[in-house]
Design a protein around this ligand. Structure first.
Ligand SMILES: [Zn+2]
Length: 490
């Protein structure tokens, strides 16, 4: 088979990032699903890997055949029955179409109640269903837990190169272009994979040292080898508890296995040698609010505070009120915007109605060891919690925070949600009916990606806070992943 204008390529997506420590399981209702042509209308125009795949296929003259897409925000382990259903729906759609190849966007870090690599299960079933002759190419998140089972069941996989992720589209394009090379038999791909048993808890952004230096090593190593094709470095996200967890390197070469092994080992050895650089702490709330207070007195831009310990984008519930409690106590005059997951409080606000005053215990309903905030507030607005991202991170993708209540308590505006508040976007402020500039600080349940969408409108800073995505080594609860550094001294 050769690449031709009529080549039909099945496209699809299953996406969630699992935080093994979140006690709230991910259910069917947490997934937004699309089938058939609805996949194209939902994703073609978005700044995602799937958007990149679809647009690149069209540019190359191929026909994207939409199959199935299911996306949930990061969260707790997915119910086993939900995983079975999602995989079956994707495979049924793929099998019902006449196709020449498959290109998928997957996260790589999905776990169910009993399966530590859901993508490995999915890809092994897909391979079995379609046979060896149909090439499969996959675009993945940099935080994936990439197992041998995944590598063995695809022809090619490639991950984002940036964190925060600003190259989702390019990753989808790369997966698509390599698929074209495979279909045209221009390459005879061989791969090498190695996992390095440590957690990247800190300083894991790719534009800064030490990861910037690791990518420099990759450039140097790649230049030494004539048959180099591609290499991905997966900084597997640290809140997955899975056997064999670690930082993963996967490289592809054109028919040169010894070179693939050599390059993969060089990058893996480099990562291991600098593992201690990935342990550290963000500034505490004293330092963060001193900065917010100074900015407010000088009339400069608001401070966006990443709630590192309760980062919904790292799969936590989003129910921490620790930043709000600190601010109310020490900086009560600062105008702040604070998202909190609390369906019970939303129900109370809805029952009370707009304009009424409610007294309630807010937040901390899921995360163990956190304490609710005692709050008297005015119900300012009640919304459906749905709005599109305006900033560059996942621009155009809809946020669905469920039934939402906007509460005002003194200078603090609470955006109380009945789904985990994953938005880290200027749209969050707009959703309260106020401009971003009305606030002097904005709390976001994110520890990295908010920079992409809130800078330069805000001064972005991450705060060390407690919770299920805290980076403090003594908060880590891993069991299945052990031994792993720095939980264990290796
Ligand atoms: Zn990621």
């Amino acid at each position: 088979m050769t690449w031709q204008a009529h080549n039909r390529v099945a496209v699809g997506l299953i996406w969630q990032e699992t935080n093994s420590f979140n006690p709230l399981a991910t259910e069917t209702s947490d997934f937004i699903t699309h089938e058939g042509d609805a996949v194209l209308s939902a994703y073609e125009a978005t700044a995602t890997a799937l958007g990149g795949i679809i647009r690149r296929l069209r540019a190359l003259g191929a026909v994207p055949i939409p199959t199935f897409a299911a996306k949930a925000r990061p969260g707790g382990p997915i119910r086993d029955a939900v995983v079975e259903d999602l995989i079956a729906r994707l495979i049924d759609r793929v099998k019902s179409e006449e196709i020449d190849a498959i290109c998928l966007e997957l996260h790589g870090g999905m776990a169910s109640e009993t399966v530590a690599d859901v993508e490995g299960l999915l890809l092994s079933r897909l391979r079995k269903a379609i046979g060896r002759s149909v090439p499969i190419s996959v675009a993945l998140d940099l935080h994936g837990h990439i197992t041998d089972r995944m590598v063995a069941n695809v022809n090619f996989l490639t991950g984002y190169r940036t964190h925060p992720h600003s190259d989702m589209v390019e990753t989808g394009e790369r997966a698509t272009e390599m698929l074209m090379n495979i279909v045209q038999r221009r390459v005879k791909l061989v791969s090498a994979r190695r996992s390095v048993p440590f957690l990247a808890l800190w300083r894991d952004e790719t534009a800064e040292p030490p990861m910037r230096d690791v990518y420099q090593t990759l450039v140097t190593e790649a230049a030494r080898h004539q048959h180099y094709i591609d290499a991905s470095i997966f900084n597997t996200h640290p809140f997955l508890d899975a056997p064999g967890l670690g930082q993963v390197v996967v490289s592809y070469f054109d028919d040169d296995t010894p070179a693939a092994v050599s390059l993969t080992n060089a990058i893996a050895d480099k990562l291991w040698s600098i593992r201690k650089e990935f342990v550290g702490e963000a500034p505490g709330l004293d330092e963060v609010f001193a900065r917010a207070d100074k900015a407010a007195r000088e009339g400069s831009q608001p401070v966006a505070i990443g709630d590192q310990g309760d980062s919904v984008l790292a799969g936590t519930p989003g129910d921490s009120v620790e930043i709000a409690r600190y601010a109310a106590k020490y900086y009560p005059a600062l105008r702040g915007l604070i998202p909190v997951f609390d369906p019970q409080a939303v129900a109370t606000a809805r029952a009370a109605g707009i304009g009424t005053t409610v007294t309630l215990h807010l937040g901390a309903s899921i995360t163990p060891e956190l304490v609710p905030l005692e709050l008297t507030a005015i119900v300012v607005a009640l919304t459906d919690g749905i709005f599109p991202n305006e900033g560059s991170y996942m621009k155009g993708v809809l946020n669905d925070m469920g039934a939402t209540a906007i509460l005002q308590a003194g200078a603090q505006t609470f955006i109380v949600t009945s789904r985990a508040p994953s938005a880290c976007d200027p749209g969050l402020a707009r959703h309260t009916g106020k401009a971003l500039t009305n606030f002097q600080y904005i709390v976001v349940k994110s520890s990295n990606h908010f920079r992409l969408s809130l800078s330069p409108a805000c001064d972005c800073i991450v705060a060390a806070t407690p919770g299920l995505s805290s980076r403090k080594p003594d908060y880590l609860r891993h069991q299945k992943a052990r031994p792993i550094f720095p939980v264990d001294e290796l």
